[in-house]
Design a protein around this ligand. Structure first.
Ligand SMILES: NC(=O)c1ccc[n+]([C@@H]2O[C@H](COP(=O)([O-])OP(=O)(O)OC[C@H]3O[C@@H](n4cnc5c(N)ncnc54)[C@H](OP(=O)(O)O)[C@@H]3O)[C@@H](O)[C@H]2O)c1
Length: 323
């Protein structure tokens, strides 16, 4: 099979398209023919191996070279073989999944107990693949760390980001009044996702508007708890995807700041959320936003684009054309 392999840290050009043996599933695994995967912003650091401290904490990174040679954390595809003890899936099932790594390839083996579910019926493989990571991040932030409730005022800073586009739709689904913060070119996109109000960060600083919110979800970590504090309601909560002293240190007062590493949540909880994403996509509550599509050969270019920090929603790697 073809796969994007990397054996050393460096610029995005260390990602090489190679032919390697197709894996064989063990008794508890399914073999998935991948149709589409994505390049995520969080995944960029794996290529450079920076910051260095990540090499100590990530099971996929070694101190001198990567331990895992195939990156890619979300995918959609078709089950083409299954181990003898597999009961949840059968050959021909269309699935979407968030493996820990290994999605930059034509095939992957995934344990049937892993983070995979039947693909939302009407979604394309590309749409399904691009939904996993954003939803599995935005949902626990808003629901678990934010305790979102109907009628609350919620601000999403970075509403055009991958996680932001999911967060706007999830917050609306919970019945919140949603304000999305984005640049001028993304106003229509953010409105189309259901945001009640849009603030253009290029024209206005939401922390100085005098308005307050029950939840401020700083998806792109461009603000801080101390800057947002005055924009939080009395018992409001500031959520940030990136750990900062403001989110890690205990604080006096009712206003809270929280960070969670969503990938470290219990696997059973994550699987439940993936299954609920299928239902929400089928019900038309959540849709994925795809900015650009690249073939496997242009994986380095796709990473360079994601690294600009200006993608709208998601960047897909199309493994099988017409997915
Ligand atoms: N904690 C966790 O468990 C977890 C899990 C997954 C990801 N993450 C992290 O979450 C972060 C967000 O990831 P993502 O993939 O959603 O981001 P992304 O899609 O790469 O963000 C790009 C978007 O951010 C917008 N943006 C840039 N500057 C902005 C600003 N000052 N104000 C508002 N919007 C701005 C850009 O719009 P313009 O082009 O208009 O500027 C663009 O649409 C990453 O740092 C990632 O590592 C954390």
């Amino acid at each position: 099979m073809r796969a994007i392999v990397y054996t050393k840290y460096g610029s995005f050009d260390v990602l090489k398209l190679k032919k390697i043996p197709t894996p064989t599933p063990n008794d508890h695994e399914v073999l998935v023919k991948i149709h589409a995967t994505t390049v995520t912003t969080a995944g960029l650091a794996n290529v450079s191996g920076k910051p260095f401290i990540a090499r100590i904490f990530s099971p996929h990174l070694g101190l001198r070279r990567p331990k895992t040679t195939i990156l890619g954390v979300e995918l959609a595809g078709e089950v083409t073989a299954s181990g003898k003890d597999v009961t949840r899936f059968k050959v021909g099932d269309q699935i979407f999944a968030e493996p820990e790594t290994g999605a930059f390839a034509e095939y992957i083996c995934i344990p049937e107990s892993g983070l995979l579910a039947l693909k939302p019926a009407d979604a394309t493989y590309e749409e399904a693949a691009a939904g996993c990571d954003a939803f599995l991040t935005a949902m626990p932030f808003l629901r678990d760390a934010g305790g979102i409730k109907s009628g609350q005022r919620v601000l999403i800073n970075g509403a055009s980001a991958s996680i932001g586009t999911a967060a706007v739709q999830i917050a609306k689904h919970f019945g919140a009044e949603v304000t999305g913060v984005c640049s001028t070119s993304n106003v229509e996109l953010v409105k189309s996702l259901g945001a009640d109000y849009v603030i253009e960060y290029t024209k206005e600083d939401f922390t100085r508007s005098g308005k307050t919110y029950d939840i401020i979800f700083d998806v792109v970590a461009k603000s801080s708890f101390s800057r947002c504090k005055r924009s939080l309601a009395e018992d409001g909560v500031y959520l940030c995807t990136f750990p900062t002293p403001g989110t890690l240190l205990p604080r006096p007062g009712k206003k809270k700041a929280r960070f969670i590493a969503t990938g470290l949540r219990p696997p059973a909880d994550r699987l439940k959320d993936l299954q609920s994403l299928k239902e929400l996509m089928e019900a038309g509550v959540i849709r994925t936003v795809i900015d650009r599509r690249y073939p496997m050969e242009k994986i380095a270019e796709a990473h360079r684009y994601v690294a600009t920090g200006h993608k709208k929603g998601n960047v897909v790697i199309t493994i099988i054309e017409g997915s």
